[in-house]
Ligand binder design. Sequence first.
Ligand SMILES: NC(=O)c1ccc[n+]([C@@H]2O[C@H](COP(=O)([O-])OP(=O)(O)OC[C@H]3O[C@@H](n4cnc5c(N)ncnc54)[C@H](O)[C@@H]3O)[C@@H](O)[C@H]2O)c1
Length: 270
Amino acid sequence: MANNLLAGKKGIIFGALNEQSIAWKVAEKAHEQGAEFVLTNAPIAMRMGEINGLAEKTGSKVIPADATSIEDLEKLISESMGILGGKIDFILHSIGMSVNVRKGKHYTSENYDFTMKGFDVSALSFHKVMQTAMNMDAMNEWGSILALSYIAAQRVFPDYNDMADNKAYLESIARSFGYHYGVKKNVRVNTISQSPTMTTAGSGVKGFNEFISFSEKMSPLGNADASACADYCISLFSDLTKYVTMQNLYHDGGFSNTGVTQEVIEKFSN
Ligand SMILES: NC(=O)c1ccc[n+]([C@@H]2O[C@H](COP(=O)([O-])OP(=O)(O)OC[C@H]3O[C@@H](n4cnc5c(N)ncnc54)[C@H](O)[C@@H]3O)[C@@H](O)[C@H]2O)c1
C-alpha cells in the first residue's frame, strides 16, 4: 500500500533492534512511502548487526548513538543532515528500558540508581533529542516528532513497574515540548499509546503472554500489532495530520475506553 505519503521527507528513526521492533516496521513502511532516513540505536544494541540488514533493505545509513548522551545526539543529528542533504522532517523515538524490570526489582523496592537510568533512557532522552534538534535548528517547518507510550501512564498495571512513571513523564514532555516546538517552528510532537506488542522490550515484562491475551479480549478490535502501529506512525509523519500536536493518541483497538467485554464476563460465569 505505497501512496508516497512521505515522498521527499527525511527522518531519523531510533530503536530498531530486530524484526519484532516497532521501529523496524516503521522503517520498512517509511521506505515504502518514499521517505529517506537514518537509522540509529545504542552502540551496544548493534552487536548482533541485525540493523545492517534493515539499512540495506531501506537504503539507509546507520549511526550509533546513546540517546542519553548529548554528545552522541549532536553527532547523530549533524551527520544525519549531511547524509540526507538537509533538515529533518520526522523523528521516531522508539526507546524504552527499565533496569528495575530487567533485574526483577519490585516497584516497592526499587534500586534508585536503576530507576534513574531507566528514566534517562525511557523518558528524559525524548527531551534530550528534541532540545538538541531545536538547538541545532535541525527540524523543517511542519515536521513531526513521535514517541511510543503505554496506557500504564494513566492506569495501574502492577508488573509494568517504574516504566509506568517513565511513560507518564514521556507523555508530559510531548505536551510541554510540543507547545514550544509548535510556537517556534510549527513542529508537532505526539505520543502513541500502543497495545501490548510482542517485542524484546515488551516481553521483558513479567506475565506478558497472559497479559497480551487479556488485552486482546478487552479490546473490541483486538490488540493492534507492530505493523499497524507503524501505519499509524506513517500517518502522523505525513502532511495529512499537520494540526495534530501535544496529544497522547491511543492505538489500542479500543482497550482504553472499554470497561469490560462480553468475552471477559463469560470467563467469570458459573
Ligand atoms: N512492546 C510493547 O508492548 C509496547 C507497548 C507500548 C509501547 N511500547 C514502546 O515502544 C517503544 C519501542 O519498543 P519495542 O516494543 O519496539 O521494543 P524493542 O526492544 O524492539 O525497542 C526498544 C529499543 O530501545 C533501544 N534503546 C535502549 N536503550 C537505548 C539508549 N540508551 N539509546 C538508544 N536506544 C536505546 C533498544 O536498543 C531497542 O532498540 C518503547 O518506547 C516501548 O516502551 C512498547
